[in-house]
Design a protein around this ligand. Structure first.
Ligand code: SF4
Ligand code: SF4
Length: 184
């Protein structure tokens, strides 16, 4: 089978669009995220356990919703400052990392890092809970389909190799590949 004739597999890309200008700092998103992820579900709420945090500075009218991203074991060595529409923000404002330099995005009891999982659940939700609870539309959700040809190609190669290994034995396949690569 060639790359041209591969059946293209679809994958869903999930995006939450953040319009910080619409955020009023109500923190409903933090409350519902922590309640949704409580065990049992909805048994408690604690914004410190939320996977979205709103960086707030009401005196300067600054409200920036930020989603928890990857864990990082070390903090950055430098700091940048951003000025947007006359308001100053430091670099950590927009950072999604669960990092040693600050308290957010860490489970308060265990200290374990938190990461947004887009409210993965079974059955799946039509949209993430924080989006549903954001009445100002500062958070909006969209899904789009993308073709994942490379993954399909890798899977096809694996399946083909498995069936050849079943038929001829793995060692024979490896010897043949080694011979072929010497010819190149
Ligand atoms: S629910 Fe919406 S408006 Fe309220 S803090 Fe969160 S993002 Fe901002
Ligand atoms: S998408 Fe779900 S897990 Fe992620 S921050 Fe929103 S409520 Fe929390």
């Amino acid at each position: 089978m060639t790359g041209d004739t591969l059946e293209k597999k679809k994958k869903i890309i999930k995006t939450i669009h953040i319009d910080a200008d619409k955020c009023n700092g109500c923190r409903a998103c933090e409350v519902i995220c922590s309640a949704f992820h409580a065990v049992p579900k909805y048994s408690s709420n604690n914004p410190a356990r939320s996977r979205i945090r709103v960086i707030r500075d009401p005196l300067r009218d600054v409200y920036v919703p930020v989603y928890a991203g990857e864990y990082t074991p070390a903090e950055c060595a430098g700091r940048d400052k951003y000025t947007i529409d006359g308001k100053e923000y430091d670099e950590c404002t927009f950072c999604r990392a669960s990092c040693p330099s600050r308290d957010i995005f860490k489970e308060p009891d265990s200290g374990l890092p938190l990461k947004c999982d887009m409210c993965e659940s079974d059955p799946p939700l039509s949209e993430p809970m924080c989006v549903k609870w954001c009445i100002t539309d500062a958070l909006t959700y969209e899904e789009r389909e993308e073709e994942a040809e490379a993954e399909v190609e890798a899977e096809d190669i694996e399946t083909g190799l498995e069936s050849m290994a079943d038929k001829y034995g793995l060692q024979k396949i490896m010897d043949t590949i080694a011979r072929m690569s010497q010819k190149d």
